[in-house]
Design a protein around this ligand. Structure first.
Ligand SMILES: [Fe+2]
Length: 189
């Protein structure tokens, strides 16, 4: 059955060595960074070869022993509608000795929105408003993640930051189910 994540096994590193970590002014904020300065040529070539010539890179810092909000990666527009630019991301995580990602099904649809832990106005849910449908202890493998349904991250490591480079297509026709099917060829067995 299709899950909300797919662990990938690829013979190259996505993130360059010795990158400059952005300055963060709070937990779970994100920074958009230049893919050319942060991704390896192998990663850029991988995306280009798979129909994604332009990627966007978002850098997240999860603070020690903390959880992000339960949110959808979209924006609530002024007219109240939800805008989700793309339904999937490939995340590379390091630094934390133990972290977990959760995906949820909302018990009711509520698009009232809130400012999430990243500062963006997007759908944010309380724990009692959702049921867990998937969860994954994050390893050092890249993970294809569904970001168009409510999800959250917990950094269990009480000492170390959880660094995450999240790579997304600038433009993509691949919905979550299509992306899952497409990237299955790279899934870890
Ligand atoms: Fe997210």
């Amino acid at each position: 059955m299709m899950k909300n994540y797919l662990e990938l096994d690829l013979p190259f590193n996505f993130v360059q060595d010795n990158i400059a970590l952005p300055n963060f002014d709070g937990a779970w904020k994100f920074h958009i960074v230049d893919p050319q300065q942060y991704l390896t040529n192998a990663a850029l070539e991988f995306f280009a070869a798979n129909g994604v010539p332009q990627v966007s890179c978002q850098f997240f810092r999860g603070d020690a022993g903390q959880s992000s909000s339960i949110h959808v990666d979209g924006r609530i527009l002024n007219d109240g509608n939800l805008y989700v630019r793309r339904e999937w991301a490939i995340n590379i995580v390091w630094g934390s000795n133990s972290s977990e990602m959760f995906w949820y099904k909302p018990k009711h649809q509520d698009l009232s929105g809130a400012v999430g832990s990243t500062g963006v106005v997007h759908p944010v849910y309380e724990k009692e408003d959702v049921d867990i449908v998937d969860q994954l202890k994050i390893s050092n493998q890249p993970v294809l993640c569904h970001i168009a349904i409510p999800h959250s991250v917990t950094n269990y490591d009480t000492v170390n930051y959880r660094w995450c480079m999240s790579i997304r297509a600038m433009d993509t026709d691949l919905s979550w189910p299509k992306a899952y099917k497409f990237f299955e060829q790279y899934a870890s067995k």
